[in-house]
Every structure is written in structure tokens, then in C-alpha cells.
Design a protein around this ligand. Sequence first.
Ligand code: MG
Length: 266
Amino acid sequence: MLCQDVKKKGECKAMQARDVFFIDYDGSLADSGDIDVKLFAELVEMMSQPNFDLVLCSGRPAPYLQGVRSFFGNKVKTPYIIAENGSVVVVRKGHRFYFEMLVPWDERQAIFKIKEDLRKIQQRNNYDFVVEYGKDYSISVHWGRSFEKEAFWEYFNGNIESWIGAQRLKKIRFVPTSDCIDIFGNSISKATGVKHVLQHYAPKDLGRIFYVGDSANDIKAAQVVKTMGGKILAPENVSSDFQPFVDIVGKGRTLSGVIDAIKTAI
Ligand SMILES: [Mg+2]
């Protein structure tokens, strides 16, 4: 039952708890960066319930996700963004945005060093891989045609001092996905961001919690949400390592699967 269906004012107030939807971007909302406009409109309509909060989560940089958030307009409440695999949380208060950095200083330093190494490798060898440069607290390396995953590992293992050192000291870790590798602080994951965001809610204001994801870098976040009694949703293209954590798999790839799973869940 929706709040507007409730006649008595007191009852309505008691039902104002927010249902929070954490939705991963790549692989869940977008397929290789592309969003289906028609389906997206359907999602916007679905998420525009007054008691729904949408939190976009991704390994991508915060400014990129802020752009995606703007597509939801004012109808959908998106008070938070979890970016760079939980390294950064953007908090919206009125028209202002606050960036909260969740990475410990030593891990940040290790990431900076590796980023510098990657830039040098790229410039020196003109290798065909893409490092996402908007990021300060994590790195995403996207494979190119001439520089595939295996070659990357071979190169890394043999050449990068700071990488080997940071890995040995457990300051960084990497999560390979289908088209890129995410490198970020060892104590950070999307779960860090999810925990951080949930702390912004008073327990009485928190309704149902949902986490929508598709791959390995969603596992820890899903575990946090499950521990709090939430549900895990995924589209059909869910990876085999994430699937065991999923409660509802929607019919269809990416956005169509996500919409189907949300419809079933709510
Ligand atoms: Mg994903």
C-alpha cells in the first residue's frame, strides 16, 4: 500500500520509511556503456515512488555517475552515489554535493603510484588499454585490442615495482571483470560505500533494502545488504560467481532484467 492510499495522517507518517535501492551501473543498468532509453524511462517511472531512494553504485568515477543521476530528474530521489568501488561516496544535501573519501591514506598512496606507472607504460609503449583518468582513489584498466588481459598480467608481474610492493603489503587489490580490471584499496569495496550510506539513515527511517548487481565486485555489498535483511536482485547476465548471492534473477539482459527483478521484488 502506498502512503497516499492511507487515509489517517498518523498511519501515513508511520509508513514514511524509505525503501533503498542500490543499483550497480555497468552490466546492470548499462550494457557496455549503452543505456536503452525506452527501458530507462520505465525504470524512472518505477523508481519515482515518493518513499523510494535510489543509490547508484559503480567502479566508475563520481562525476560520471553524477551525470547518470541527472537523467533521473527530480522525480527520483538519488541522495547518494557510491563511486570508484566504494572509494568515494557523494552525499547530496539540497542542491549541494559533498564528497566523502573512504580510502585510508596509505592505500591512496599505493593507488597513486600504480597510476603513475600505468601512465608511463602507456606513453612509452603506446599500448592499447584505457585507464580511467577521472579517478583519484581507484583505477579501472579497460582492455584494448592489442593488449589483452593475459599480456597485462605478464607485464605487471614482471615490471611494476609499486604494484608488487603494494600487493605484498596488502594495500591494494584487484577485481577482474569481463572487460576491465578494477584496482583499489584493499580495505575498500562497494560494501564500504553501502555501509557508509546506510549509516546516514536513522533505523526508523529505513524500510526495505535492495541491492542490484551483476558481477564479482558486487559480492561484498550484497552480503552487507543480506545481513540487514535486504534482497539481492540481478539481470540474466549475472556472472556465475555472483549468482549464488542473488534472490531474484529478472528475465532479460541488463536493464530489462533489472526492471523485471524489481517488479517481482516490490
Ligand atoms: Mg557491474
